[in-house]
Ligand binder design. Structure first.
Ligand code: NAP
Length: 300
């Protein structure tokens, strides 16, 4: 029987593990792939207090070491569901089941898809959701980025230093991302802004993407010859596994003041929680709050 099981090894989950171990809780972190979450694809973190210019990968690896050194156990298994038996919760993974007194759901989000024909099959063959992971494969070529948030802007900037040309395609004429990053993007000669425009078709042969069809808001279609389309149109919560246990909002975010869910003893932290500001600093903050609330629950 664990005191606390944390589902997800991103910044929220690992911070929860650090706080849980410092409170001497018997702690298990269950992570489906690799620790770090979304932050590992950020080349340079510039807005985390007192950690100027650290890569997301370094940040995540330090966080994992800190949780490990404090004695958190980390297992790499995908959680498929949680059963609430009152004082005991059962956490099911693809090949195990664990009992615990409390759970923190910190599963973050996954990339939103365009849902175009061929999108899934072309991942790794001209479709990517991670510019920092895949950008170097397109050195010297022409690529496109789709989206108007900070991720798309950061991706366009990052790629502009590697590839010959970047089309940045956004469905409106105003960017959602920060003005400072928009300025940097506008200053880059090899980034062409394609505004009021959507990607409407992936052009491909049986192996890989050869181009994209774009359509502007007047319905005018055009084809762009690009080696890769980097899709950065936001993220959706990775909370499907808990749909039968926890009440969620439409779209899958979990609503929870002070990181509580509607089930006593099950808490939520990080980007999968319904909130306005999804940043590294709010993810780590949630991890601490969730454990603080879990401790109050355990004392009761
Ligand atoms: P986001 O801010 O939600 O932006 C998503 C963008 O994709 C929006 O511009 C949206 O257009 C567009 N979009 C959504 N669905 C679309 C569709 N079906 N087709 C075409 N376009 C679509 O997502 P994000 O950029 O991944 O950022 C997520 C959070 O992380 C934000 O809070 C962001 O500030 C933060 N972040 C921060 C940094 C940084 O501080 N450097 C870096 C990365 C991310 P509309 O604008 O028209 O809705």
């Amino acid at each position: 029987m664990y005191d606390i099981i944390i589902v997800g090894g991103g910044p929220a989950g690992l911070t929860a593990a650090i706080y849980a171990r410092r409170a001497n809780l018997n702690t298990l972190v269950l992570e489906s792939t690799a620790c770090g979450g979304q932050i590992i694809i950020t080349p340079d973190i510039e807005n985390y207090p007192a950690a100027m210019h650290i890569s997301g990968l370094d940040f995540a690896s330090r966080l994992e070491s800190q949780a490990n050194e404090l004695g958190a156990k980390i297992e790499f298994e995908e959680v498929t569901s949680i059963k609430d038996d009152g004082a005991t919760k059962i956490v099911y993974t693809d090949n195990n089941e664990y009992t615990t007194k409390t759970v923190v759901i910190a599963t973050g989000t996954t990339a939103r898809k365009l849902r175009l024909e061929g999108e899934d099959n072309l991942v790794g063959h001209g479709i990517s959701y991670c510019a920092t992971c895949d950008g170097s494969f397109y050195r010297g070529r022409t690529v496109a980025v789709n989206g108007g948030g900070n991720t798309a802007l950061d991706d366009a900037l990052f790629l502009s230093n590697i590839v010959e040309k970047v089309y940045l395609i956004h469905r409106r004429d105003q960017f959602r991302g920060d003005a400072e990053i928009v300025e940097k993007v506008r200053a880059k000669e090899n980034i062409e802004l394609v505004l009021n425009t959507q990607v409407t078709k992936l052009i491909h042969d049986d192996k890989r993407l050869t181009g994209i069809e774009i359509t502007d808001n007047d319905g005018i279609k055009k084809e762009l010859n690009v080696g890769c389309l980097f899709i950065a149109i936001g993220r959706i919560p990775a909370t499907e596994a808990f749909a039968n246990t926890i009440t969620m909002l439409d779209g899958g975010f979990i609503d929870g003041e002070y990181c509580h869910t509607n089930i006593p003893g099950i808490f939520v932290a990080g980007d999968c929680r319904n909130k306005e500001v999804r940043q590294l600093v709010t993810a780590t903050s949630d991890g601490a709050v969730a454990v603080h609330e879990a401790l109050k629950y355990l004392e009761r």
